[in-house]
Design a binder for this molecule. Structure first.
Ligand code: X2X
Length: 356
């Protein structure tokens, strides 16, 4: 072996020894933390961006609420937590029922999601969808601010999520392109798009032909006549999505209420120091209070706009609603069983008290 090769080998060996030795002299943990601007070591755990999913566009009232939440999180945390809003269920490729599941797994950090879309993951949330359960906004508010409402949010922890606040998608009204709906008979054989099993059962109980479809496909399906109708809140969803361009008739029947929930993956939540948790919780509460107010104050204006656009609006009296309630009662009972009778009883009790 030549002298130069031996010298090279010796140098390599020395370099290896030096690198290994450097690796072994580890510094104390706190010295390894990158210096955070704020000087708080715990903030170093924050991610540069947190993903938030919602099913609808930024223009909907729900969408505006989601964006308000992101804005307030930034403001209240002094810019430390940056939530990026992904609308139109784009993070789940339009699959609206998978959003909650992805927050559960941690693939998505936050959601502003409706109880309809959460129910496939946490069945108890079907409690909100029970047909004709809520007679008024007062009843809704009584429930969301009741111990039973809080218990449902707390239930999310069993599914690796933390529920932060309720918002509002709204009372769901039905639209179609064939004729006014005044009695259950008018629904016979109409092809109505819905989302989850409880709604499929409700529509079938009323004689309609129910079709489950992701929201992102609904406008085109209505336009092309693949379906005759759909049901959604007027101000929150129907107007911002210009559903009036492809639907001639709307019936105000308030048959089902859809709440929103702001929630976060539990591991993400636990990664936040207590002060940031408080700020995020407050951002959820304040943004949703703002969103609920906007949703309600836009209804009258929304109905007027529909009429101006040529939609025939039908209001049903309490008497006219009776046959709809009767026909859907078996569906109510079936899902009350699935949801848990305790929750439903607590909801009903709260609603009865609110009516007094
Ligand atoms: O898909 C719907 O109908 C919508 C937009 O209301 C929900 O996400 C439940």
């Amino acid at each position: 072996m030549k002298k130069t090769s031996i010298r090279l080998m010796a140098i390599s060996l020395l370099v290896i020894l030096m690198v290994t030795a450097a690796g072994c002299t580890s510094k104390p943990a706190e010295q390894q933390q990158p210096a955070a601007d704020s000087g708080k070591a715990e903030d170093a755990n924050l991610k540069p961006e947190y993903k938030l999913t919602m099913n609808v566009s930024n223009e909907t009232i729900w969408g505006q609420g989601g964006n308000k939440f992101a804005e307030l999180v930034k403001e209240y945390t002094g810019g430390k937590v940056n939530v990026k809003v992904y609308p139109n269920a784009m993070l789940t490729g339009g699959d609206q029922m998978r959003q909650a599941e992805m927050v559960q797994s941690g693939a998505i950090d936050f959601m502003v999601n409706s109880t309809i879309n959460i129910a496939p993951t946490i069945q108890q949330f079907d409690a909100f969808s029970l047909p004709f359960l809520f007679p008024s906004y007062e009843a809704v508010d009584a429930v969301t601010s009741s111990p039973a409402g809080a218990q449902l949010l707390a239930e999310m922890e069993q599914y690796n999520m933390v529920g932060l606040a309720y918002g509002e998608n709204g009372f769901r009204e039905i639209t179609n392109n064939k004729h006014p709906i005044k009695t259950p008979d008018d629904l016979k054989s109409l092809k109505i798009r819905v989302v989850t099993p409880i709604y499929i059962d409700i529509m079938r109980a009323l004689g309609a032909n129910a079709v489950s479809m992701n929201w992102g496909e609904v406008f085109t399906a209505l336009q092309q006549g693949t379906i005759d109708g759909q049901e959604n809140p007027i101000a929150g969803v129907i107007i911002p999505n210009k559903i009036y361009e492809v639907q001639k008739y709307l019936t105000n029947w308030h048959y089902s209420y859809d709440a929103l929930v702001v929630a976060v993956n539990k591991d993400v939540w636990n990664s936040f120091p207590a002060d940031i948790q408080d700020q995020i919780k407050k951002a959820a509460e304040d943004s949703m209070a703002w969103e609920i107010e906007l949703s309600r104050k836009s209804i009258d204006e929304g109905i007027q706009l529909l009429k101006d656009k040529g939609v025939e609006v039908t209001d049903l009296s309490p008497e006219e609603l009776v046959p709809f309630k009767e026909k859907t009662k078996p569906v109510f009972d079936k899902y009350a069983e699935k949801v848990g009778k305790d929750i439903v009883a607590a909801f009903e009790e709260t609603i009865a008290k609110a009516a007094k």
